[in-house]
Design a protein around this ligand. Structure first.
Ligand SMILES: NC(=O)c1ccc[n+]([C@@H]2O[C@H](COP(=O)([O-])OP(=O)(O)OC[C@H]3O[C@@H](n4cnc5c(N)ncnc54)[C@H](O)[C@@H]3O)[C@@H](O)[C@H]2O)c1
Ligand SMILES: [Zn+2]
Ligand SMILES: [Zn+2]
Length: 394
């Protein structure tokens, strides 16, 4: 038996094809009927051929849906329950899971691709078929599935699998406190969720840096942020000018594929958004954040970049970036990194949505049929004006 799923066909190509129908493999599994599944900036690293992902992998780690089949060992879920599935696959009983570090579960990655942690539809993160498909198998379902109210808020809840918790995580890694100021680099869906989290937490000033006007507009409108367009000048200087000095905290929501700000180009020279500089953001954060400030790095960095452009050095392609560590030390700053532990936050963020105190779906620009995945991948990858978060509906 087969279902439809989004299959990686090689750099810049996906297709909607027949893939194996997920089945219960262990008594602790459930299978869900996917009702909403999003495309993520993390998928784009694979889509662009910038990871070790093999052709044939079924993409998708941001899924929600309705429980369709329940393993014998599952206690808390019934057929028909509406659930959000964290992008992390976690066992619930290892040392890291016990401490809430579910992005670094020690039992779910038999591939050995990374030291710890599993995810659906992701290279090096274990054998979990992706959720950009009609159905998805959820291991350790009692632990992983988060129950949702039967109806309403579909687009808001679709943000709970990854980006709302991940944006929140960025502000947690930076230890953002009420009344503090924060600079957030990247106004993609993740950066916007970090800015929205900063607003909910009561930040005094929020600066959001990007070059895509429609994304910066969302930051201004929904997160009360000051938009900083890095094409218009050095973002560090723009923020320090606007803030009257360095900010308290910083978040990187871009990662290793950050585009070169290229401040030295002539004004009449067209801007080249394909030129990358993988270390630039961390250095900008070190400069814009005050001494003893903290940097939360949620943008993705990789230890190998097989598709790195020629403009990037061999060292950089191996994840060894030119970071101003001396400056970081001089300023006594701390930096924290890594995958979001979705389960640490998703229950509470769900309840903010249910209570009407958060509407993260402001980032959703498109809800399209799963069949339109190839076109939507391309538009999202182009960071086309007006394309922010894309939900696919199987
Ligand atoms: N840590 C985690 O658990 C986790 C989870 C989800 C996503 N991510 C990562 O977060 C990052 C963002 O994801 P997304 O879905 O928002 O992706 P996205 O690609 O849509 O957004 C990235 C944004 O950064 C902007 N940008 C590029 N260079 C920049 C620069 N020099 N300065 C400021 N902005 C710049 C781009 O214009 C774009 O709007 C990705 O690296 C993704 O892999 C991490
Ligand atoms: Zn994601
Ligand atoms: Zn575990």
């Amino acid at each position: 038996m087969s279902i439809k799923g989004v299959v990686y066909k090689g750099a810049h190509e996906v297709a909607v094809e027949d893939v194996p129908e997920p089945e219960l493999q262990n008594p602790t599994d459930v299978v869900i009927d996917v009702t909403s599944t999003c495309i993520c900036g993390s998928d784009l690293h694979m889509y662009e051929g910038r990871t070790a992902a093999d052709e044939g992998i079924v993409f998708g780690h941001e899924a929600m849906g309705v429980v369709e089949e329940v393993g014998e060992g599952v206690d808390s879920l019934d057929v028909g329950d509406r659930v959000s599935i964290p992008f992390n696959v976690a066992c619930g009983h290892c040392k890291n899971c016990e401490q809430g570090k579910t992005g670094f579960c020690l039992n779910v990655n038999p591939d050995g691709g990374v030291p710890a942690g599993g995810a659906y539809g992701y290279v090096g993160m274990g054998p979990y078929q992706g959720g950009q498909a009609e159905k998805m198998r959820v291991p350790y379902a009692d632990f992983n599935a988060l129950k949702l109210p039967d109806e309403g808020h579909e687009d808001d809840f679709a943000m709970l699998a990854d980006i709302f918790p991940t944006g929140w995580h960025g502000t947690e890694l930076a230890d953002l406190q009420p009344g503090e100021s924060v600079a957030i680099f990247g106004a993609g869906p993740v950066g916007l969720m970090a800015a929205y989290s900063a607003k909910i937490k009561g930040a005094s000033e929020i600066y959001v840096v990007d070059r895509v006007p429609s994304r910066l507009d969302l930051a201004e409108e929904h997160c009360d942020a000051t938009p900083i367009n890095f094409e218009e000048g050095n973002p560090v200087e723009q923020i320090i000018d606007a803030n009257g000095g360095e900010v308290n905290k910083g978040v990187d929501a871009v990662g290793y594929q950050s585009v070169e700000p290229d401040e030295d180009r002539d004004d009449d020279e067209p801007y080249d958004p394909t030129k990358e500089n993988p270390g630039v953001l961390i250095n900008q954060l070190i400069r814009v954040v005050e001494p003893k400030g903290k940097l939360g790095i949620i943008g993705l960095y990789v230890p190998e970049d097989p598709g790195a452009p020629e403009t990037i050095s061999e060292m950089e392609a191996a994840g060894r970036l030119g970071i101003d560590f001396g400056k970081l030390f001089e300023k006594g700053q701390a930096l924290a990194t890594g995958q979001c532990d979705v389960k640490s936050y998703n229950r509470y963020l769900r309840d903010l949505i249910v209570a009407g105190r958060a509407e993260p779906s402001f980032v959703v620009s498109h809800r399209e049929s799963l069949a339109d995945a190839p076109e939507m991948y391309q538009k999202f990858d182009d960071r086309e004006e007006g394309v922010t978060k894309v939900i696919l509906e199987p």
